[in-house]
Design a protein around this ligand. Structure first.
Ligand SMILES: NC(=O)c1ccc[n+]([C@@H]2O[C@H](COP(=O)([O-])OP(=O)(O)OC[C@H]3O[C@@H](n4cnc5c(N)ncnc54)[C@H](OP(=O)(O)O)[C@@H]3O)[C@@H](O)[C@H]2O)c1
Length: 303
C-alpha cells in the first residue's frame, strides 16, 4: 500500500506517517516546505506543491493507491478578514490543485480519497447529540466546512471513492488544544472557558490516524464523525488534565467578553459546544484505543 498525504507535516499527518511506516505502508507526501521534502527516504517520499499558485510535482501520484487530504491553514489563529479567507482558500485550492493534477497525470491506480473535515460543521448546542445527518451550522466555520466537503465530493466524478472524516478536538501533547492546556495547568493559570459546560468531542491523535488507515483498508465510503465515544464538557477535560498532572485548579471561569477582547472572533472555537456521536464508524468495526478521556490523558501524559 502506498498513500499520498497532503498536510503531512502537521499534527495528524505526522502521526499518520508514523503508523503507516509501522504497518509497512509506503508514503508519498506533498509539502510547501522544500526543506521537509529533502528529509524523505525510499519509504517516505516528499514532493513539492504550492496550492496557492496551483504548483504541484505530478510525480507525487506514482504508485499511489489512496490519497489522504489534511492540508489547510490552522484555524487556531486570530480570525482577521484576511486570515478567514486563507482558512477557506487553502482548503479549496489544495483540493483543486490535486484534482486538476490527477486528471492531467492520467493516473489509474488511485481509487480513493479520504479527506479531513471538521465537527465545526454542526451548530453549537449544549443539549443536542449530532450524528452525520446534521443539522449544519451557518456561521463562519460551518460554512467553511460545508464548502470544503463539497469540494472533496467533486472527486467522485473522477471515479474515486470519497470519504470525509469530521474530526473533533485532536488530543496530543506536541500540538493542538491540549498543549497550551498542559502549560497553563502546570503554571496554575488554567481556567475553564466561561462556565465550562460546552461539550468537547475529543479524539486521541493515534485513534484519528488509525481511523484514516481503517477507512483505506476497509474501503469505507461516505462521511464519518472522527470523535471518541465519550465526549465531555470542557471543565471536566481541564479537571482531568489537572488531576493527571497533580495540580490544583484555582481560577474561576474566564468570561467570554474578556477572551473576545484578547482573541477576537476566533473565541468562538473555545466557546462552541458540539456533542458528536461516534456510532457510525463503530458500526463498521472501528475500535478506539482510547474510549474515555481518562485513558487518553493518561496515555499522553505518561509518554
Ligand atoms: N487538529 C484538530 O484538532 C483538528 C480538528 C478538526 C479538523 N482538523 C483538520 O484536519 C486537518 C489536519 O489537522 P492538523 O491538526 O494535522 O493540522 P496542522 O497541524 O495545522 O497541519 C496542517 C498542514 O497543512 C498544511 N498547510 C497549512 N497551510 C496550508 C496552505 N495554505 N496550503 C496548503 N497546505 C497548507 C501544512 O503542511 P506544509 O506546511 O507541509 O505544506 C500543515 O502541516 C486540517 O485541515 C484541520 O482543519 C483538525
Amino acid at each position: 500500500m502506498r498513500i499520498l498525504i497532503t498536510g503531512a507535516t502537521g499534527l495528524i499527518g505526522s502521526e499518520l506517517i508514523r503508523l503507516s511506516i509501522e504497518r509497512g505502508w509506503e508514503v508519498n507526501f506533498l509539502s510547501r516546505q522544500r526543506k521537509r521534502i529533502e528529509e524523505g527516504n525510499s519509504q517516505i517520499r516528499g514532493f513539492y506543491w504550492n496550492p496557492a499558485t496551483s504548483e504541484i510535482d505530478i510525480r507525487c501520484f506514482e504508485g499511489v493507491d489512496a490519497i489522504v487530504n489534511l492540508a489547510g491553514n490552522n484555524v487556531a489563529h486570530r480570525w482577521t478578514e484576511r486570515y478567514k479567507d486563507a482558512i477557506l482558500d487553502s482548503r479549496i485550492n489544495s483540493l483543486r490543485t490535486l484534482r486538476h493534477a490527477l486528471k492531467r497525470s492520467g493516473n489509474t491506480s488511485i481509487s480513493h480519497i479520504i479527506s479531513a473535515s471538521a465537527i465545526g460543521i454542526y451548530p453549537s448546542s449544549l443539549t443536542k447529540l449530532y450524528t452525520e445527518e446534521g443539522p449544519f451550522a451557518q456561521d463562519f466555520l460551518g460554512q467553511v466546512v460545508q464548502q470544503w466537503e463539497r469540494e472533496v465530493d467533486t472527486f467522485a466524478a473522477m471515479d474515486l471513492s470519497v470519504t470525509k472524516l469530521r474530526i473533533g478536538l485532536v488530543l496530543a501533547t506536541e500540538a493542538g488544544a491540549l498543549a497550551p492546556m498542559i502549560k497553563s495547568v502546570k503554571s496554575l493559570t488554567a481556567a475553564p472557558f466561561g462556565n465550562g459546560k460546552q461539550w468537547q468531542s475529543w479524539i486521541h491523535c493515534e485513534d484519528v490516524a488509525n481511523m484514516f488507515m481503517f477507512c483505506i483498508e476497509k474501503k469505507c465510503k461516505g462521511v464519518f464523525n472522527a470523535v471518541a465515544p465519550n465526549p465531555i464538557i470542557q471543565k471536566k477535560l481541564l479537571k482531568e488534565v489537572a488531576r493527571s498532572l497533580r495540580r490544583p485548579l484555582i481560577l474561576p471561569g474566564a468570561p467570554k467578553f474578556l477572551m473576545k477582547l484578547i482573541l477576537g472572533e476566533m473565541v468562538t472555537l473555545l466557546f462552541s459546544s458540539q456533542r458528536v456521536s461516534s456510532k457510525k464508524i463503530e458500526t463498521l468495526g472501528f475500535t478506539f484505543a482510547h474510549r474515555t478521556i481518562n485513558s487518553a490523558i493518561e496515555s499522553l501524559l505518561s509518554k
